[in-house]
Write a protein that binds this ligand. Structure first.
Ligand code: FAD
Length: 485
């Protein structure tokens, strides 16, 4: 965790606050939840470092499971039927564990169906270590999860279960069928085969804990469980069901939440000059991000002009760092300074005085429509020749090509953002297991965590890998021992 993240987290509740007992049992709209007949007491707040494990592992003998033996079956409730929740559920189910998925919408995986324009960019090719840098400053947190369940593991899982995958030249991996619905069907089928109970139209309204038992109140029922997994996704595309409920659940159980904001989202620009050039894209330009006049970040990527601003992978990736009021400067000819370009234009004009300025600039690979656009913006004629270009105008043009300023008015909102930055603060989650460091038996996986990845399959890989870590830990804590042991 870096300091910046630390300072922007919002603490859910103060653990010394006398109202704590109520706070743990409030519904998502803030009203008190009632669990009839239950006296709520605080769960044992505990802390341990990454290497420290629970002292007690709940073990069940085959006899216990067969007879109930007073303790019953270990029950796991997974809130959210997206890729993270379904994958976690299917890996936990078995050996007598009862796994229930509660999904708010009439059907599971609605966002999964939208991924990759319905084709599902499931993950990315290459060494898993190359993934670490794709999640911004919080990438290091994901390292154990990604190493534990890699892109190759995800590929093997899908292919063994009858969904072959293909790799694009870009390295993006999709189902060969190019159907996200094939991936969702696979997850649902495996859940069914393994006996996972999936309850749709079952929005969870609040969660609570009494000693070691979780209580989950949905619109239809109150259930209890030994383990609770929050897999409710982020807050983007709320129409798919992911509308930020998980943050409130985690907060009500004592977790800090890094303020959620849209990420992988387009950038709107004040007095945007290139609306008429919407659709033009520029591969590998350089972006310089300025805040209050100070350069805070530099990156390279593809840029797309839209009707109202900037998009394309390079902008989407950078959007996790951009705020309204920032200024983005774009170099359309990376590696070339404005002074250098001005000199080169002068040399070209001296050699061929009749050559038009637009021809000199398109000679660098810049699209003709863009060159005409900046000439117009500079108040220069499209037919101006090099010989008639003054030094002042030449320097101005070179500066526009090498550092065009775009004042940011706004970022795309949650309805346009592909993912959410912010979420359950990582400093209170064990990176090896996804278990809460605040509440024993509570796990947070997928996009509800303060994790957002670049485009290219990195977000789904994070959902599957964090789900795999949590499922492995829950399975290890609910081992079924042979009868008599
Ligand atoms: C348009 C679009 C395209 C994308 N394309 C890609 C891509 O190609 N590749 C990629 O890697 N990533 C892509 N992403 C991102 C990716 O879809 C998400 O990161 C991923 O789905 C997160 O998985 P999740 O299981 O954590 O959450 P989600 O998929 O959001 O699932 C969460 C589930 O929890 C349920 N839920 C929420 N609140 C409650 C509640 N109170 N009670 C019960 N259930 C609840 C929701 O209804 C939902 O079904 C895309 C996102 C969008 C919006």
């Amino acid at each position: 965790m870096n300091d910046a993240v630390e300072t922007r987290v919002e603490r859910g509740l103060n653990r010394t606050d006398p109202t704590l007992n109520n706070a743990r049992h409030t519904s998502l709209d803030g009203s008190n939840l009632e669990f009839p007949g239950k006296k709520m007491t605080l769960p044992p707040a505990f802390s341990y470092d990454d290497t420290c494990r629970h002292e007690k592992t709940q073990e069940y003998s085959a006899g216990d499971v067969a007879s109930g033996n007073g303790m019953g079956f270990p029950t796991v409730i997974v809130i959210g039927g997206g890729p993270a929740g379904l994958f976690c559920a299917l890996r936990i189910s078995g050996e007598g564990r009862k796994v229930v998925v509660l999904e708010k919408m009439p059907s599971c995986g609605r966002k999964l169906l939208l991924t990759g324009l319905g084709q599902c960019n499931l993950t990315h090719d290459g060494d898993i270590r190359s993934f670490f840098e794709k999640y911004g400053d919080n990438g290091p947190f994901l390292r154990p999860a990604l190493m534990n369940f890699t892109n190759q593991d995800l590929r093997a899982f899908c292919e063994e279960k009858g969904v072959p995958l293909g790799t694009m030249e870009s390295g993006k991996i999709f189902p060969l069928s190019k159907k996200a619905s094939d991936v969702l069907s696979l997850l649902l089928r495996e859940c069914r085969i393994r006996g996972v109970e999936i309850c749709c139209n079952e929005a969870v309204l609040g969660v609570g804990i009494e000693e070691h038992t979780f209580f989950v109140q949905s619109q239809n029922s109150i259930r209890h469980a030994s383990f609770l997994v929050i897999a409710t996704g982020g807050a983007s595309y709320p129409g798919t069901g992911s509308s930020g409920d998980g943050y409130k659940m985690a907060r009500s159980l004592g977790h800090a939440i890094a303020p959620p904001a849209p990420a992988l989202t387009p950038v709107y620009v004040k007095e945007y000059p290139f609306a008429h050039l919407a659709g033009i894209s520029f591969p590998h330009v350089t972006f310089y991000l300025f805040r209050r006049g100070k350069k805070i970040r530099e990156s390279t990527g593809d840029l797309l002009f839209t009707h109202s601003g900037l998009s394309g992978p390079g902008i989407l990736h950078l959007s996790r760092y951009i705020e309204a009021g920032d200024e983005l400067k774009v170099s359309f000819l990376p590696g070339l300074s404005a002074a250098h370009l001005s000199r080169r234009i002068q040399e070209a004009a001296s050699a061929h005085g009749n050559r038009q300025v637009k021809a000199i600039l398109t000679g660098y690979g810049l699209p003709l429509r863009f060159v005409k656009g900046i000439l117009t913006r500079a108040g220069l004629s499209e037919t101006l020749t090099g010989a008639h270009l003054s030094k002042k105008d030449r320097d101005r043009l070179a500066a526009m090509v090498c550092a065009f300023p775009f004042p940011v008015s706004l970022l795309g909102g949650f309805d346009e953002a592909m993912v959410t930055r912010g979420g359950v603060s990582l400093c209170e989650i064990d990176s090896k297991t996804m278990e809460s460091r605040v509440v024993r038996g509570l796990y947070c996986i997928g996009e509800v965590l303060d994790i957002d990845g670049d485009t290219g399959g990195y977000n789904l890989q994070a959902a599957f890998s964090t789900a795999a870590s949590a499922s492995r830990d829950i399975v290890s804590k609910t081992r079924i021992l042979p009868a008599g042991r």
